[in-house]
Write a protein that binds this ligand. Structure first.
Ligand SMILES: NC(=O)c1ccc[n+]([C@@H]2O[C@H](COP(=O)([O-])OP(=O)(O)OC[C@H]3O[C@@H](n4cnc5c(N)ncnc54)[C@H](OP(=O)(O)O)[C@@H]3O)[C@@H](O)[C@H]2O)c1
Length: 314
């Protein structure tokens, strides 16, 4: 057992991890653990161009991340690069058991979860994933369809080929639908989360009540795509206090709410700085609250916008 898996565990309750000199794991309701900082292969890393040829840049960027200690790798069939992720995993030489591999199903019409999952496993070149997610609920035309797909996810969990199962981009109503019939509740919901999208209507509290962990994707939005904005001044002040960057404050803001942060970068220096600096500071509850408060002054959603009205903050 290494230091990242030994001590206090954050869990789905939203309790911040204790100050530690390493980036901790979070414990899911099924007992499995996820590293709280993840490296994503979507967005900037998604595959464009010739889909058949392996994209060496994606492989090399992912290898750089693995080499720098990013063992939580967040993939999806829709990113088009599971084969590149698989190649990076195999070239890294890191023992499979040390990696935490996520992939997601798009729930293509007419296709079973088993079919999609087998295809993903074969592209990844592994015989199990640590976490398998339903990428979004928006394909489902009825609650029964969502429940049926979840039952298929549960069969994978029971087979041991998906160690944990969860969802992504689910709203409260979708979670409630699945929970009505679930024998294995989703352990996590991966959602866009940053100060400008805090999910009005109590989504975060609902997760905590039901023991569902949260993974924040696009945690840097307020310093990247949605800048400038009302959190800038707080980020700057807090960053100066701790001698870090606003981006590092943005990531810590998630971690210090007991939320897993899924980010990405093809800049090795940035990857190194995150690994070095994020364990060295921790936001006070007051600072977490100040950032949240300032964030309410703006609304920004970067993904799945076609499913929401412009002012819908759920
Ligand atoms: N489930 C879903 O529907 C869903 C949707 C979106 C994303 N995701 C997952 O979440 C992962 C992360 O998403 P994201 O890329 O939107 O996350 P993000 O962490 O908000 O942004 C990462 C991007 O920000 C850039 N960046 C970092 N610091 C910067 C700075 N100081 N100034 C300017 N740019 C900076 C990085 O570029 P550099 O290369 O220059 O560092 C990188 O492209 C994806 O890869 C994917 O795995 C899931």
């Amino acid at each position: 057992m290494n230091s990242e898996t030994s001590a206090f565990k954050a869990d789905a309750s939203g309790t911040a991890p204790k100050q530690s000199d390493y980036l901790p794991n979070l414990k899911f309701s099924d007992g499995n653990e996820i590293p709280m900082l993840g490296y994503g292969l979507g967005t900037a890393m998604s595959k464009r161009g010739n889909k058949d040829a392996l994209d060496e840049k994606i492989i090399n960027d992912t290898l750089t991340a693995i080499k720098n200690g990013y063992y939580h790798l967040d993939g999806a069939e829709s990113y088009g690069n599971e084969a590149e992720l698989g190649a990076a995993i195999s070239r890294s030489g890191i023992d499979r058991s040390k990696l935490f591999i996520t992939t997601k199903t798009s729930c293509r019409p007419g296709e079973t979860i088993e079919t999609a999952f087998s295809r993903s496993l074969s592209k990844l070149g592994v015989d199990y994933v640590d976490l398998y997610l339903i990428h979004s609920p928006f394909w489902a035309s009825s609650p029964a369809e969502l429940q049926q797909k979840w039952a298929e996810m549960e069969a994978l969990k029971e087979s041991g080929r998906a160690r944990s199962i969860g969802v992504s981009n689910f709203l409260r109503e979708h979670l409630e639908t699945v929970l009505q019939t679930a024998r294995h509740p989703p352990v996590v919901n991966q959602i866009e989360y940053h100060p400008y999208l805090q999910h009005a209507g109590g989504l975060l509290d609902f997760h905590r009540e039901r023991g569902i962990a949260v993974e924040a994707y696009s945690p840097l939005t307020a310093v990247t795509k949605a800048a400038p904005g009302p959190v800038d001044a707080v980020y700057e002040r807090v960053a100066k206090k701790y001698g870090v960057t606003p981006g590092e404050v943005a990531l810590r803001w998630c971690l210090d709410q007991g939320i897993v942060a899924v980010t990405t970068s093809s800049n090795e220096q940035r990857l190194q700085e995150w690994r070095q600096r994020l364990p060295l500071f921790k936001l006070t509850p007051k600072e977490v609250g100040e950032i949240a408060e300032a964030g309410l002054g703006k609304h920004f959603r970067g993904f799945w916008n076609n499913q929401f009205k412009e002012d819908d903050r759920r």
